[in-house]
Design a protein around this ligand. Structure first.
Ligand SMILES: *[C@@H]1O[C@H](CO)[C@@H](O)[C@H](O)[C@H]1NC(C)=O
Ligand SMILES: *[C@@H]1O[C@H](CO)[C@@H](O)[C@H](O)[C@H]1NC(C)=O
Length: 142
């Protein structure tokens, strides 16, 4: 009698623990809808503004959509940027990711593509300036 009471009490504790844990498990495995596609929020993000596109979550990184509907590419925002539905590879320059569409990396420093040369700390364009021992001079200037 005493033994079965202990067992019943033990069972009560176990089932209380189980039922407390159950909602968390259900929330993690719950299926959501992205348009007509089922998905889990732990594995994908739904982007209704891109035509109900699902992008994966990989290694803790939520990939972002670029484009719309069937023309969507999902990208890692650490490697790419998206502009007008086009992807641009981000390269790293001196530890800073940058958009290769707009910048170039010169000796570990970023310069705008229109001013792709470096003189001392400045970026310049050869059509306007020249570099005299680290000092910018205007073209035509000696
Ligand atoms: C993005 O960059 C990380 C590390 O910088 C790399 O491991 C990963 O393969 C890259 N992803 C793509 C799609 O290039
Ligand atoms: C330098 O500037 C000129 C005039 O602004 C421009 O036409 C040219 O494309 C620039 N050079 C580079 C490499 O962008």
């Amino acid at each position: 009698m005493q033994f079965s009471t202990t067992l019943a009490a033990l069972f009560a504790v176990v089932s209380a623990t189980l039922s407390a844990a159950t909602p968390a498990v259900e929330a993690r495995q719950q299926i959501y809808m992205c348009g007509k596609q089922p998905y889990k929020k732990t594995d994908y993000t739904c982007y209704p503004n891109n035509g109900n596109v699902l992008c994966p979550i990989i290694g803790g990184v939520a990939y972002l959509p670029c484009g719309y509907g069937s023309n969507v590419a999902c990208y890692d925002p650490g490697n790419y940027s998206c502009s007008n539905s086009k992807l641009y590879l981000l390269k790293v320059c001196g530890g800073i990711p940058f958009d290769t569409n707009s910048y170039v990396c010169v000796q570990g420093h970023l310069c705008p593509k229109t001013h792709p040369l470096r003189c001392g700390e400045a970026c310049y364009n050869i059509s306007q300036y020249w570099c005299d021992k680290g000092i910018l001079k205007q073209q035509g200037q000696k």
